[in-house]
Design a protein around this ligand. Structure first.
Ligand SMILES: *Cc1c(COP(=O)(O)O)cnc(C)c1O
Length: 350
């Protein structure tokens, strides 16, 4: 169509994981959501903000989300000027590309990881370069001096679940001429994170989301931590009212209820370790996971066969379209009961 930019007309859109409409009839383990509800304090905060008649909704929310920056800053040990809140971490990933990579400039990421980076780059007319993984989960042929504008490192990796060692990430930061964006969507389930590298290197940015570990995928909340110069640039280009009122109060309540948060993560990690051991005991291969999902392969390396058989039993997992990953499945960690049912089904399927 003549009205469109050719690049937009030609591109494929990103295809998010399947969200069934009859969600309560499934064991849903395909998009790494949290099986537990958010903190009860989140619900209280949203109801209080809404009030009886919803009158608060008449007026715009805080444009800066300043309170949230303060709460997140105190929690992670940064001045609020180092933090920007986002309408899901997807928003801030997008704005990092918009701020740093123009038409024809390079962005890079590891394949396999989160292919949405490529979609966001294409919209900007940036050029995408992907780097494979070695058998030991290091980046294949990463240049000694990477000169792209932004390199995205998903750690823990999705869909595989392993985390890059901190020292390795630090070496990448030193070899990166552009920004190194460490997408830590799953870091709350991991032993380590890269926050100290944000303090140490001016080109390191960490992004986080409340979608997984805080059980708030439906609220759309994320944030980035970086030097104030980068935060100021991101503030110029975001939507000025990017977080709605309900999301803002939900975010503060969720971050402030650390006891609830820690207990929810603990249960998921415990179930992950149990489920991994059970799958190993029946001859599956499982990548040791630092996230709230595992990547597992049956001995015949036929992910589709197991996916279909689970689907028939109303258990939804993720089969990735990439032929390199067709040998396995990404399975989100649900409640202990859900994972017991899933394991029983897998044992029956073989
Ligand atoms: C889920 C996910 C995101 C998106 O998080 P939102 O805050 O829901 O936008 C970003 N990166 C990775 C690797 C993810 O798995």
């Amino acid at each position: 169509m003549k009205y469109l930019r050719p690049a937009i007309a030609a591109m494929d859109g990103y295809i998010p994981g399947f969200q069934p409409s009859d969600v309560s009839t499934w064991i849903k383990l395909n998009t790494n959501e949290n099986p537990y509800p958010p903190s009860p304090k989140v619900v209280e905060a949203i109801l209080a903000e809404l009030g009886k008649d919803g009158a608060s909704l008449r007026t715009y929310p805080s444009a800066s989300s300043q309170k949230l920056r303060e709460v997140a800053g105190a929690l992670y040990g940064f001045d609020p000027s180092w933090i920007i809140m986002a309408n899901g971490s997807d928003e801030v990933l997008n704005n990092l590309i918009r701020a740093c990579a123009g038409q024809g400039q390079d962005i890079g990421y590891v394949h396999p990881s989160y292919s949405y980076y490529a979609t966001l780059a294409e919209i900007q007319g940036a050029v995408v370069c992907t780097y494979g993984l070695t058998d030991l989960f290091r980046i294949e042929a990463f240049p000694e001096h990477y000169n792209g504008k932004v390199f995205f490192l998903t750690s823990p990796n999705s869909p595989l679940g392993f985390a890059f060692p901190l020292q390795y990430i630090e070496e990448l930061a030193q070899n990166c001429g552009g920004l190194l964006v460490i997408d830590e969507a799953y870091a709350d389930f991991a032993d380590n994170n890269a926050l100290e590298l944000v303090k140490k290197y001016e080109n390191v940015v960490v992004t986080r989301t409340l979608s997984k570990s805080y059980a708030l995928a439906g609220m759309r909340l994320g944030f980035a931590i970086a030097r104030p110069e980068i935060i100021l640039a991101l503030d110029k280009i975001r939507d000025h009212y990017n977080l709605d009122r309900l999301a803002q109060v939900a975010c503060v309540a969720a971050l402030e209820d650390q006891d609830y948060f820690r207990e929810s993560c603990r249960k998921i990690i415990e179930t992950r370790e149990w489920f991994t051991a059970e799958l190993l005991s029946i001859g599956y291969r499982v990548v040791p996971s630092q996230a709230n999902f595992i990547f597992a392969s049956p001995s015949d390396k036929n992910g589709k066969r197991v996916y279909d058989a689970l689907f028939d039993r109303k258990i939804l997992v993720r089969l990735l379209s990439d032929p390199l990953l067709a040998h396995g499945l990404r399975i989100s960690i649900g409640t202990r009961e859900e994972m017991e049912s899933t394991f029983a089904a897998i044992r029956e399927i073989g």
